[in-house]
Design a protein around this ligand. Structure first.
Ligand SMILES: [Zn+2]
Length: 367
């Protein structure tokens, strides 16, 4: 894979689609409008398993058998989200079983894919020039999926509206809703994973939360398979990192009106269930870098957060990630999209690809 193929420069803003209705109906509308992206992401996932067969020993059929074990847990607690996934499969014209594999990929590969090395940051109204609550996130993933990035503006029946980013056939989970809740997810590596509700499913549910406590209850849903760090922001200025594993969690509060997270546990009790902490070095460097950059500016703006997300210290494993030439295919990744959410103005500023080479485009949630 040559570097040149992945110097991502996008002249157009990423696609935004508008959906509305029941979960099944929204799923169908998502699938119909993004069919090519869904199919492309499934092809990528097939290739990924093929190229890593030597280390993972996992075929696509094997992955389907594994993924099927997780499905009943999702169906029991979040039947509406399983319906949404069925809708996406119908709309896109792909097999539901294939989409289940994609949405349980981290679980079926037992986290051997050390991919989602994201960075999340937030500041509240006491730390911004215009008194807005701002949240930033770089989504780091396999370069091949960059073309599948898109935004969803959704008006679900009986739930808050939301504006979220996703790619290919993955359920949306990074974004904000009309109840003033914003969420970013950062991979962490718990050692207590089990068969249960896949992370992507319960993260999708958080977009329906009306209060911070309701969002946190989804994050720590019983019988979850594993866990992310969820950076949770509320329009009131409340900022949290909720660090989750399959059986434990920690609630970390932004004492100084700013917060950052990368891909290792910050809480001492959570560190007890961290898998192979000595592998998680770059994430520590990124965390400290992001924290210091947040601290250095007294009053932030969308531009100052964007500048942090473009940072290249510790290149290529920097906040703006360019680690596409890693010799281990399990570790090959880059920033495929970067976003700054203005929770107060209900806006999302999105750069498609690395934010150092692509400008941010602004999307507004409808009133
Ligand atoms: Zn860069």
């Amino acid at each position: 894979m040559s570097t040149e193929n992945h110097i991502s420069k996008h002249d157009s803003p990423p696609l935004i689609i508008y959906v509305k209705g029941s979960h099944r109906e929204m799923g169908r509308q998502i699938g119909e409008q993004t069919s090519e992206k869904v199919k492309h992401s499934l092809e990528n996932a097939h290739h990924l398993l093929e190229s890593t067969y030597e280390s993972l020993q996992l075929t696509w059929d094997g992955a389907e058998i594994q993924a099927r074990k997780y499905l009943p847990f999702a169906q029991e607690r979040y039947p509406e989200i399983v319906e949404e996934l069925q809708g996406i499969a119908e709309g896109a014209g792909v097999l539901f079983d294939d989409l289940v594999v994609l949405n349980a990929m981290e679980a079926v590969t037992t986290d051997a894919l050390h991919l989602t090395k994201c960075t999340s940051i937030a500041v509240n109204e006491q730390r911004t020039a215009n008194g807005h609550v701002l949240v930033g996130h770089n989504e780091d993933w396999v370069p091949e999926d960059e073309s599948d990035v898109f935004l969803i503006h959704a008006e679900p029946d009986n739930e808050p509206k939301f504006l979220a980013m996703t790619y290919g056939g993955l359920l949306p989970n990074i974004g904000f809703n009309s109840a003033g809740i914003a969420q970013c997810c950062d991979s962490v590596y718990p050692s207590d994973c089990r068969i249960g509700i896949p992370r992507v499913v319960l993260s999708r549910a958080i977009l329906s939360a009306r209060t911070p406590a309701e969002a946190i209850r989804h994050m720590v849903a019983p019988l979850r398979a594993a866990g992310y760090n969820h950076l949770l922001a509320h329009e009131s200025g409340e900022l949290y990192n909720i660090e989750v594993s399959a059986r434990k969690f920690a609630v970390l509060y932004a004492e100084r009106n700013a917060i950052a997270h990368t891909n290792h546990y910050l809480d001492r009790n959570m560190q007890a269930v961290e898998d192979e902490p000595d592998e998680l070095i770059c994430t520590r460097v990124r965390y400290h870098r992001a924290s210091r950059l947040l601290e250095q500016t007294k009053l932030h703006t969308t531009q100052t957060l964007q500048a942090i997300l473009r940072d290249h210290v510790n290149y290529p494993d920097s906040i703006c990630n360019h680690a596409i030439n890693d010799e281990d295919p399990l570790d090959r990744e880059k920033t495929i999209t970067s976003l700054v959410m203005d929770l107060t103005a209900r806006q999302m500023h999105v750069a498609w690809g690395n934010p150092c080479t692509n400008k941010y485009h602004t999307y507004q949630m409808d009133a």
